[in-house]
Structure formats: structure tokens, C-alpha cells
Design a protein around this ligand. Structure first.
Ligand SMILES: Cc1cc2nc3c(=O)[nH]c(=O)nc-3n(C[C@H](O)[C@H](O)[C@H](O)COP(=O)(O)OP(=O)(O)OC[C@H]3O[C@@H](n4cnc5c(N)ncnc54)[C@H](O)[C@@H]3O)c2cc1C
Length: 182
């Protein structure tokens, strides 16, 4: 279907990028690192890719995922603010925080322009000498341990030292709506 097609999960208009992930320190650091890369790419390529709108989480209980996230982010030095419901209303009068125990605000989080980012990445790859081709392929020869080539519909063989199949995170034959589990 080609780069940045609408059914790829990475190429809708935008995606939230934030670091909160409960007690998971790895994810928090990883998201932060990815954000720095996207900011650098946006500067280098002169394409607006990231909008630091901040991300506000609503915690329904004092203890739980959001409280764990706050502790993790603070321990990693990632900016985060805890807001009581009155503070949420004062800051964002359009939001009714009824039912929220507190809000967790990540001021440096925001959203990435996903489709634009995929297109800009492909363009940068091509400028660096990479080749982009669109083809339906099936596995070709193997040396018994390693795939040596893939074969396209015209019968042409594409060989490489390493193949990466990036078929997306959610495709499971047993689940018609893979994102329902996220
Ligand atoms: C509705 C929704 C909202 C989301 N919101 C967020 C968010 O706000 N923040 C966030 O961080 N993450 C979010 N995610 C998750 C995030 O978008 C994905 O984890 C990420 O985009 C995965 O990128 P990818 O390149 O691995 O996969 P994809 O972009 O999905 O690319 C996989 C590609 O492989 C192709 N493919 C699959 N099978 C085959 C096959 N057999 N043969 C050939 N091609 C194949 C697909 O067509 C697709 O083009 C969201 C996901 C969804 C669905």
C-alpha cells in the first residue's frame, strides 16, 4: 500500500508522545529518547514534527497507574506536575475534572505529526543514498539459518545481509481489533 498509508498504525495524522507508563522505567526513558530524536530530526529536516502541547492524565484513584507514573518520572528527572481538581479547572476552564482524584501533567509531552514524520524519514533515507521500492514479496532462498533473498511478484530476487519485517505491533490473526488490548 506504500509509505504512510492510512491503515499503518504509524501514519495517521498524529500520535501522542509521552513518557508516563506506570512503574516501567524502560518505557519512560525510551519515549524520552525517541522524543529527543524527533526534535532533532525536525530541526535537521526543517519539518514541523512535534508540538509540545503537554499531556494531562486523569487519575481516578490516589494510588494506581498515574501515581506510579509520577514516582517513576520524578525519579528519572522527567518534568511532571500533580494537579488537584481545582488546579485543573483553574488552568483549563473547559475541563470538568469531576471524578478525578488528581491530574498528572507532562509539560514536555505532546503530539507528533505521524504521517509527515514517516514521509520525512523516507525522504531523509533517500537523500542519504537509500533506495525505496514498493513490492509484494515472499521469502526466497535460505542457507538453512538465514534468509538470503526475497522474491517479488515479477520474480525478481532482492538479496540482503539482513531483512527487517516491520509488520506492525498489533497484527494477530486471533484478534480482529488488535488495538482493543492497548
Ligand atoms: C488508533 C491508534 C492510536 C494510537 N495512538 C498512539 C499514540 O497516541 N501514541 C503512541 O505512541 N502510539 C499510539 N499507537 C500505537 C502506534 O501507532 C504503533 O505502535 C506504531 O505506529 C507502530 O508502528 P510500526 O511501524 O511498528 O507499524 P505500522 O505503522 O502499523 O506499520 C506496519 C506496516 O506493515 C504492513 N503489513 C502488515 N502485515 C503485512 C504483510 N503480511 N505483508 C506486507 N505488509 C504488511 C502494514 O500494512 C503497515 O504498513 C496507536 C495505535 C492505534 C491503532
Amino acid at each position: 500500500m506504500g509509505r504512510r498509508h492510512l491503515r499503518a498504525t504509524s501514519s495517521d495524522e498524529h500520535r501522542i508522545i509521552r513518557s508516563a507508563h506506570g512503574t516501567d522505567r524502560y518505557y519512560a526513558r525510551w519515549a524520552r529518547r525517541a522524543l529527543r530524536h524527533w526534535e532533532r530530526f525536525a530541526d535537521e529536516w526543517n519539518v514541523p514534527l512535534f508540538y509540545a502541547s503537554g499531556v494531562l492524565w486523569f487519575a481516578s484513584a490516589a494510588a494506581g497507574w498515574e501515581a506510579d507514573s509520577e514516582a517513576t518520572l520524578r525519579s528519572l528527572g522527567i518534568p511532571v506536575e500533580r494537579l488537584d481538581p481545582a488546579a485543573i479547572s483553574a488552568r483549563w476552564p473547559v475541563i470538568d475534572p469531576a471524578g478525578a482524584a488528581f491530574g498528572l501533567f507532562e509539560p514536555e509531552a505532546g503530539f507528533l505529526m505521524a504521517r509527515r514524520g514517516v514521509a520525512a524519514t523516507v525522504a531523509a533515507f533517500q537523500r542519504a543514498g537509500g533506495a525505496y521500492a514498493l513490492a509484494a514479496v515472499r521469502p526466497g532462498r535460505s542457507d538453512g539459518h538465514r534468509l538470503l533473498d526475497v522474491v517479488d511478484q515479477a520474480g525478481r530476487r532482492w538479496s540482503a545481509g539482513t531483512f527487517v519485517f516491520a509488520a506492525g505491533p498489533g497484527f494477530r490473526s486471533s484478534s480482529p481489533r488488535p488495538w482493543a488490548t492497548w
